[in-house]
Design a protein around this ligand. Structure first.
Ligand SMILES: Nc1ncnc2c1ncn2[C@@H]1O[C@H](COP(=O)(O)OP(=O)(O)OP(=O)(O)O)[C@@H](O)[C@H]1O
Length: 347
Protein backbone atom coordinates (compact mmCIF):
# COMPACT_ATOMS: atom_id res chain seq x y z
CA UNK A 1 0.00 0.00 0.00
CA UNK A 2 1.39 3.42 -0.92
CA UNK A 3 1.05 6.33 1.51
CA UNK A 4 0.52 9.96 0.57
CA UNK A 5 0.36 12.74 3.15
CA UNK A 6 -0.83 16.11 1.88
CA UNK A 7 -0.11 19.26 3.92
CA UNK A 8 -0.62 17.68 7.34
CA UNK A 9 -0.72 20.06 10.33
CA UNK A 10 -1.43 19.14 13.94
CA UNK A 11 -1.59 21.40 16.99
CA UNK A 12 -1.80 20.46 20.65
CA UNK A 13 -3.30 23.62 22.15
CA UNK A 14 -1.10 26.42 20.85
CA UNK A 15 1.81 24.08 20.18
CA UNK A 16 2.35 23.12 16.52
CA UNK A 17 3.49 19.48 16.64
CA UNK A 18 3.38 19.13 12.82
CA UNK A 19 3.42 21.93 10.29
CA UNK A 20 2.48 21.44 6.63
CA UNK A 21 4.00 17.99 6.27
CA UNK A 22 3.75 16.42 2.81
CA UNK A 23 5.24 13.04 2.17
CA UNK A 24 4.99 10.33 -0.46
CA UNK A 25 5.90 6.74 0.38
CA UNK A 26 5.71 4.30 -2.53
CA UNK A 27 4.47 0.76 -1.89
CA UNK A 28 7.01 -1.66 -0.47
CA UNK A 29 9.46 0.90 0.97
CA UNK A 30 11.06 0.61 4.40
CA UNK A 31 11.07 4.17 5.68
CA UNK A 32 12.71 5.66 8.77
CA UNK A 33 11.19 8.73 10.42
CA UNK A 34 14.26 10.24 12.02
CA UNK A 35 14.59 13.27 14.25
CA UNK A 36 15.34 14.56 17.73
CA UNK A 37 13.03 14.01 20.68
CA UNK A 38 9.74 15.91 20.38
CA UNK A 39 10.05 16.68 16.64
CA UNK A 40 6.70 15.00 15.83
CA UNK A 41 7.69 11.49 14.67
CA UNK A 42 5.19 9.59 16.80
CA UNK A 43 2.42 12.10 16.07
CA UNK A 44 2.96 11.58 12.33
CA UNK A 45 2.91 7.80 12.77
CA UNK A 46 -0.32 8.02 14.80
CA UNK A 47 -1.93 10.17 12.09
CA UNK A 48 -1.06 7.60 9.41
CA UNK A 49 -2.51 4.88 11.67
CA UNK A 50 -5.73 6.79 12.37
CA UNK A 51 -5.04 7.05 16.11
CA UNK A 52 -4.84 10.83 15.75
CA UNK A 53 -6.73 13.18 13.40
CA UNK A 54 -4.84 16.00 11.67
CA UNK A 55 -6.18 19.57 12.06
CA UNK A 56 -5.43 20.11 8.42
CA UNK A 57 -4.38 17.95 5.47
CA UNK A 58 -5.24 14.55 4.04
CA UNK A 59 -4.00 10.98 4.43
CA UNK A 60 -4.24 8.86 1.28
CA UNK A 61 -3.63 5.13 1.35
CA UNK A 62 -3.28 3.52 -2.11
CA UNK A 63 -4.64 6.74 -3.55
CA UNK A 64 -7.83 6.71 -1.44
CA UNK A 65 -8.59 9.42 1.09
CA UNK A 66 -8.64 7.71 4.50
CA UNK A 67 -8.32 10.81 6.68
CA UNK A 68 -11.62 10.16 8.45
CA UNK A 69 -11.43 6.35 8.46
CA UNK A 70 -11.22 4.51 11.79
CA UNK A 71 -7.94 2.86 12.78
CA UNK A 72 -9.47 -0.63 12.74
CA UNK A 73 -10.40 -0.33 9.07
CA UNK A 74 -7.05 0.86 7.69
CA UNK A 75 -5.31 -2.54 7.50
CA UNK A 76 -2.33 -1.37 9.54
CA UNK A 77 -0.13 -3.41 11.88
CA UNK A 78 1.73 -1.87 14.86
CA UNK A 79 4.78 -2.62 16.92
CA UNK A 80 5.67 -0.27 19.78
CA UNK A 81 8.78 0.18 21.89
CA UNK A 82 7.32 -1.34 25.04
CA UNK A 83 4.99 -3.68 23.25
CA UNK A 84 2.82 -5.40 25.80
CA UNK A 85 2.22 -8.96 24.74
CA UNK A 86 -0.62 -10.53 26.74
CA UNK A 87 1.23 -11.94 29.75
CA UNK A 88 -1.31 -14.64 30.50
CA UNK A 89 -1.21 -16.00 26.93
CA UNK A 90 1.43 -18.22 25.35
CA UNK A 91 3.44 -16.98 22.40
CA UNK A 92 1.20 -19.06 20.12
CA UNK A 93 -2.00 -17.52 21.52
CA UNK A 94 -0.54 -14.01 21.35
CA UNK A 95 0.15 -14.39 17.64
CA UNK A 96 -3.23 -16.05 17.02
CA UNK A 97 -5.11 -13.29 18.88
CA UNK A 98 -5.74 -10.94 15.92
CA UNK A 99 -7.18 -13.78 13.84
CA UNK A 100 -9.37 -15.18 16.63
CA UNK A 101 -11.04 -11.81 17.34
CA UNK A 102 -12.07 -11.23 13.74
CA UNK A 103 -15.85 -11.04 13.13
CA UNK A 104 -17.32 -14.54 12.87
CA UNK A 105 -17.78 -14.54 9.10
CA UNK A 106 -14.14 -13.44 8.46
CA UNK A 107 -12.64 -15.65 11.17
CA UNK A 108 -10.44 -18.49 9.87
CA UNK A 109 -10.70 -22.06 11.23
CA UNK A 110 -8.45 -23.14 14.15
CA UNK A 111 -6.57 -25.44 11.75
CA UNK A 112 -5.81 -22.48 9.47
CA UNK A 113 -4.82 -20.31 12.45
CA UNK A 114 -2.45 -22.99 13.73
CA UNK A 115 -0.73 -23.30 10.34
CA UNK A 116 -0.46 -19.54 10.03
CA UNK A 117 0.98 -19.03 13.51
CA UNK A 118 3.63 -21.69 12.95
CA UNK A 119 4.53 -20.15 9.58
CA UNK A 120 4.95 -16.75 11.29
CA UNK A 121 7.02 -18.28 14.08
CA UNK A 122 9.27 -19.78 11.43
CA UNK A 123 9.50 -16.43 9.70
CA UNK A 124 10.70 -14.74 12.89
CA UNK A 125 12.88 -17.81 13.57
CA UNK A 126 11.33 -18.60 16.96
CA UNK A 127 9.23 -21.68 16.26
CA UNK A 128 10.64 -23.43 19.34
CA UNK A 129 9.10 -20.81 21.66
CA UNK A 130 5.41 -21.38 20.78
CA UNK A 131 4.45 -22.64 24.25
CA UNK A 132 6.37 -20.11 26.32
CA UNK A 133 4.84 -17.12 28.09
CA UNK A 134 6.11 -13.57 27.40
CA UNK A 135 7.91 -13.41 30.78
CA UNK A 136 10.04 -16.37 29.70
CA UNK A 137 11.43 -14.53 26.65
CA UNK A 138 14.35 -12.15 26.17
CA UNK A 139 13.62 -8.55 25.09
CA UNK A 140 14.73 -9.25 21.52
CA UNK A 141 12.58 -12.38 21.31
CA UNK A 142 9.58 -10.43 22.62
CA UNK A 143 9.99 -7.80 19.90
CA UNK A 144 10.15 -10.49 17.22
CA UNK A 145 6.98 -12.09 18.61
CA UNK A 146 5.33 -8.64 18.65
CA UNK A 147 6.23 -8.33 14.98
CA UNK A 148 4.84 -11.81 14.20
CA UNK A 149 1.66 -10.80 16.00
CA UNK A 150 1.35 -7.60 13.94
CA UNK A 151 1.93 -9.57 10.72
CA UNK A 152 -0.68 -12.25 11.54
CA UNK A 153 -3.58 -10.19 10.18
CA UNK A 154 -1.65 -9.47 6.98
CA UNK A 155 -1.51 -5.69 7.29
CA UNK A 156 -0.91 -3.60 4.17
CA UNK A 157 1.23 -1.21 6.20
CA UNK A 158 3.45 -1.88 9.19
CA UNK A 159 4.17 0.94 11.64
CA UNK A 160 6.94 0.51 14.18
CA UNK A 161 7.48 3.11 16.92
CA UNK A 162 11.06 2.80 18.22
CA UNK A 163 10.70 -0.98 17.94
CA UNK A 164 14.16 -1.72 19.35
CA UNK A 165 14.48 1.30 21.61
CA UNK A 166 14.41 -0.59 24.89
CA UNK A 167 16.99 -3.20 23.92
CA UNK A 168 20.72 -3.26 24.50
CA UNK A 169 23.15 -2.31 21.74
CA UNK A 170 24.15 -5.76 20.47
CA UNK A 171 20.55 -7.07 20.35
CA UNK A 172 19.51 -3.89 18.56
CA UNK A 173 22.18 -4.45 15.96
CA UNK A 174 21.08 -8.04 15.30
CA UNK A 175 17.42 -7.03 15.05
CA UNK A 176 18.19 -4.22 12.60
CA UNK A 177 19.73 -6.69 10.16
CA UNK A 178 16.93 -9.12 10.82
CA UNK A 179 14.21 -6.50 10.14
CA UNK A 180 15.90 -5.57 6.87
CA UNK A 181 15.98 -9.20 5.75
CA UNK A 182 12.38 -9.75 6.82
CA UNK A 183 11.29 -6.69 4.86
CA UNK A 184 13.11 -7.94 1.77
CA UNK A 185 11.12 -11.15 2.07
CA UNK A 186 7.69 -9.60 2.69
CA UNK A 187 7.80 -6.18 0.96
CA UNK A 188 5.13 -4.73 3.27
CA UNK A 189 5.26 -0.92 3.21
CA UNK A 190 6.82 -0.19 6.59
CA UNK A 191 7.59 2.95 8.56
CA UNK A 192 9.68 2.95 11.69
CA UNK A 193 10.38 5.79 14.09
CA UNK A 194 13.86 6.27 15.47
CA UNK A 195 16.01 9.02 16.92
CA UNK A 196 19.12 6.96 16.13
CA UNK A 197 20.65 8.10 12.84
CA UNK A 198 22.83 5.01 12.56
CA UNK A 199 19.76 2.76 12.86
CA UNK A 200 17.90 4.79 10.22
CA UNK A 201 20.84 4.71 7.79
CA UNK A 202 21.46 0.99 8.28
CA UNK A 203 17.91 -0.29 8.02
CA UNK A 204 15.83 2.04 5.85
CA UNK A 205 15.56 2.35 2.07
CA UNK A 206 14.29 5.93 2.55
CA UNK A 207 15.00 8.30 5.44
CA UNK A 208 12.72 11.20 6.37
CA UNK A 209 14.44 13.74 8.62
CA UNK A 210 12.02 15.69 10.83
CA UNK A 211 12.77 18.72 12.97
CA UNK A 212 10.31 20.83 14.97
CA UNK A 213 7.28 19.46 13.14
CA UNK A 214 8.67 19.93 9.63
CA UNK A 215 10.37 17.69 7.10
CA UNK A 216 13.94 18.83 6.57
CA UNK A 217 14.83 16.23 3.93
CA UNK A 218 13.70 12.93 2.47
CA UNK A 219 15.91 10.58 0.49
CA UNK A 220 17.97 7.41 0.32
CA UNK A 221 20.49 7.13 3.19
CA UNK A 222 23.50 7.83 0.94
CA UNK A 223 21.81 10.86 -0.60
CA UNK A 224 21.10 12.38 2.80
CA UNK A 225 24.61 11.70 4.06
CA UNK A 226 26.42 12.94 0.96
CA UNK A 227 24.09 15.81 0.08
CA UNK A 228 22.50 17.19 3.25
CA UNK A 229 19.90 19.80 2.32
CA UNK A 230 20.77 22.13 5.20
CA UNK A 231 22.91 22.61 8.29
CA UNK A 232 20.45 20.76 10.56
CA UNK A 233 20.55 17.58 8.46
CA UNK A 234 24.32 17.78 8.09
CA UNK A 235 24.77 17.98 11.86
CA UNK A 236 22.14 15.38 12.68
CA UNK A 237 23.37 12.72 10.23
CA UNK A 238 26.81 11.57 11.24
CA UNK A 239 29.66 13.50 12.77
CA UNK A 240 30.76 16.77 11.19
CA UNK A 241 33.40 19.42 11.84
CA UNK A 242 32.00 22.93 11.58
CA UNK A 243 34.12 25.91 10.54
CA UNK A 244 32.72 29.42 10.85
CA UNK A 245 34.31 31.46 8.09
CA UNK A 246 32.87 34.74 9.31
CA UNK A 247 35.16 34.43 12.33
CA UNK A 248 38.90 34.29 12.51
CA UNK A 249 38.87 30.79 11.17
CA UNK A 250 38.70 31.92 7.60
CA UNK A 251 42.21 33.28 8.11
CA UNK A 252 43.28 30.20 9.96
CA UNK A 253 41.96 27.90 7.26
CA UNK A 254 43.58 29.86 4.47
CA UNK A 255 46.87 30.45 6.29
CA UNK A 256 47.11 26.80 7.09
CA UNK A 257 46.43 26.14 3.43
CA UNK A 258 43.85 23.49 4.17
CA UNK A 259 40.90 24.98 2.31
CA UNK A 260 40.83 23.18 -1.02
CA UNK A 261 37.65 24.87 -2.20
CA UNK A 262 36.69 28.52 -2.49
CA UNK A 263 34.26 29.51 0.27
CA UNK A 264 30.67 29.09 -0.95
CA UNK A 265 29.03 30.09 2.32
CA UNK A 266 29.70 31.12 5.88
CA UNK A 267 29.80 27.68 7.48
CA UNK A 268 31.87 24.82 6.12
CA UNK A 269 30.72 21.39 7.36
CA UNK A 270 33.40 18.77 6.90
CA UNK A 271 32.90 15.03 7.42
CA UNK A 272 35.74 13.39 9.35
CA UNK A 273 36.61 11.13 6.41
CA UNK A 274 37.07 14.19 4.20
CA UNK A 275 40.01 15.36 6.31
CA UNK A 276 43.37 13.95 5.29
CA UNK A 277 46.40 14.25 7.52
CA UNK A 278 50.12 13.77 7.03
CA UNK A 279 53.02 14.12 9.43
CA UNK A 280 54.35 17.69 9.28
CA UNK A 281 57.85 19.00 9.86
CA UNK A 282 58.37 21.44 12.75
CA UNK A 283 59.15 24.15 10.20
CA UNK A 284 55.92 23.65 8.25
CA UNK A 285 54.07 26.16 10.37
CA UNK A 286 51.07 23.87 10.86
CA UNK A 287 49.71 24.55 14.34
CA UNK A 288 47.70 21.29 14.47
CA UNK A 289 48.81 18.39 16.65
CA UNK A 290 47.57 14.83 17.13
CA UNK A 291 45.76 14.63 20.44
CA UNK A 292 44.34 11.12 20.57
CA UNK A 293 42.61 8.41 18.52
CA UNK A 294 39.88 5.81 18.93
CA UNK A 295 39.28 2.52 17.15
CA UNK A 296 35.85 2.31 15.49
CA UNK A 297 36.27 -1.17 14.07
CA UNK A 298 37.70 -0.92 10.55
CA UNK A 299 38.36 2.80 10.85
CA UNK A 300 40.26 5.04 13.24
CA UNK A 301 38.88 8.32 14.53
CA UNK A 302 41.70 10.79 15.02
CA UNK A 303 41.33 13.70 17.38
CA UNK A 304 43.33 16.76 16.35
CA UNK A 305 44.07 19.83 18.41
CA UNK A 306 44.13 23.23 16.78
CA UNK A 307 45.37 25.82 19.29
CA UNK A 308 43.91 28.61 17.16
CA UNK A 309 40.25 29.11 17.88
CA UNK A 310 37.66 27.68 15.49
CA UNK A 311 33.88 27.25 15.41
CA UNK A 312 33.79 23.62 16.45
CA UNK A 313 36.13 24.34 19.36
CA UNK A 314 39.79 23.53 19.25
CA UNK A 315 39.18 19.86 18.43
CA UNK A 316 38.86 18.46 14.91
CA UNK A 317 37.96 14.90 14.02
CA UNK A 318 39.34 12.98 11.05
CA UNK A 319 38.64 9.37 10.10
CA UNK A 320 40.66 6.92 8.05
CA UNK A 321 41.08 3.17 7.55
CA UNK A 322 43.26 1.40 10.16
CA UNK A 323 45.88 0.57 7.52
CA UNK A 324 46.30 4.19 6.54
CA UNK A 325 46.73 5.22 10.16
CA UNK A 326 49.42 2.58 10.69
CA UNK A 327 51.30 3.80 7.60
CA UNK A 328 51.34 7.35 8.98
CA UNK A 329 53.17 6.08 12.07
CA UNK A 330 51.99 8.94 14.26
CA UNK A 331 52.37 9.46 17.97
CA UNK A 332 50.44 11.65 20.37
CA UNK A 333 51.69 15.24 20.20
CA UNK A 334 53.02 14.94 16.62
CA UNK A 335 52.50 17.95 14.43
CA UNK A 336 50.28 17.21 11.41
CA UNK A 337 49.37 18.97 8.19
CA UNK A 338 45.67 18.88 7.41
CA UNK A 339 44.00 18.81 4.01
CA UNK A 340 40.25 19.14 3.55
CA UNK A 341 39.04 17.21 0.52
CA UNK A 342 35.41 18.25 0.56
CA UNK A 343 33.03 20.52 2.44
CA UNK A 344 29.29 21.22 2.49
CA UNK A 345 28.61 24.94 2.63
CA UNK A 346 25.76 26.62 4.48
CA UNK A 347 24.86 30.21 5.38
N1 LIG B 1 -1.53 14.46 23.35
C1 LIG B 1 -0.65 15.48 23.40
N2 LIG B 1 -0.94 16.62 24.06
C2 LIG B 1 -0.08 17.66 24.06
N3 LIG B 1 1.13 17.66 23.46
C3 LIG B 1 1.48 16.55 22.80
C4 LIG B 1 0.61 15.40 22.74
N4 LIG B 1 1.24 14.45 22.00
C5 LIG B 1 2.45 14.97 21.65
N5 LIG B 1 2.58 16.22 22.12
C6 LIG B 1 3.74 17.12 21.88
O1 LIG B 1 3.99 17.19 20.50
C7 LIG B 1 5.39 17.15 20.23
C8 LIG B 1 5.70 15.99 19.31
O2 LIG B 1 5.51 14.78 20.03
P1 LIG B 1 5.89 13.36 19.41
O3 LIG B 1 5.56 12.32 20.41
O4 LIG B 1 5.28 13.25 18.07
O5 LIG B 1 7.47 13.53 19.28
P2 LIG B 1 8.58 12.43 18.90
O6 LIG B 1 9.37 13.03 17.79
O7 LIG B 1 7.95 11.12 18.66
O8 LIG B 1 9.44 12.43 20.24
P3 LIG B 1 10.21 11.24 21.02
O9 LIG B 1 11.36 10.85 20.13
O10 LIG B 1 10.66 11.93 22.26
O11 LIG B 1 9.22 10.15 21.24
C9 LIG B 1 6.08 17.06 21.58
O12 LIG B 1 6.52 18.35 21.95
C10 LIG B 1 5.00 16.57 22.52
O13 LIG B 1 5.19 17.07 23.83
Amino acid sequence: MSILLNNISKNFGKFAALYDVSLEIPEGELVALLGPSGCGKTTLLRIIAGLETPDFGRVLLSGEDKTEQHVSRRGIGFVFQHYALFRHMTVFDNIAFGLRVKPRKERPTEAFISKKVHALLELVQLDWLADRFPDQLSGGQRQRIALARALAVEPSVLLLDEPFGALDASVRKDLRQWLRNLHQELHVTSIFVTHDQEEAMEVASQVVVLNQGRIEQQGAPAEIYDHPANAFVSKFIGQTNIFDLSETESNWLQRAGILAEKPQGIFAHVRPHHIEIVKAEEASGSPVTLKDWQHLGATIRVELFNPQHNGSGATLFAEMPNERFKQLNLNKGDRVAVHIKQAHWFN
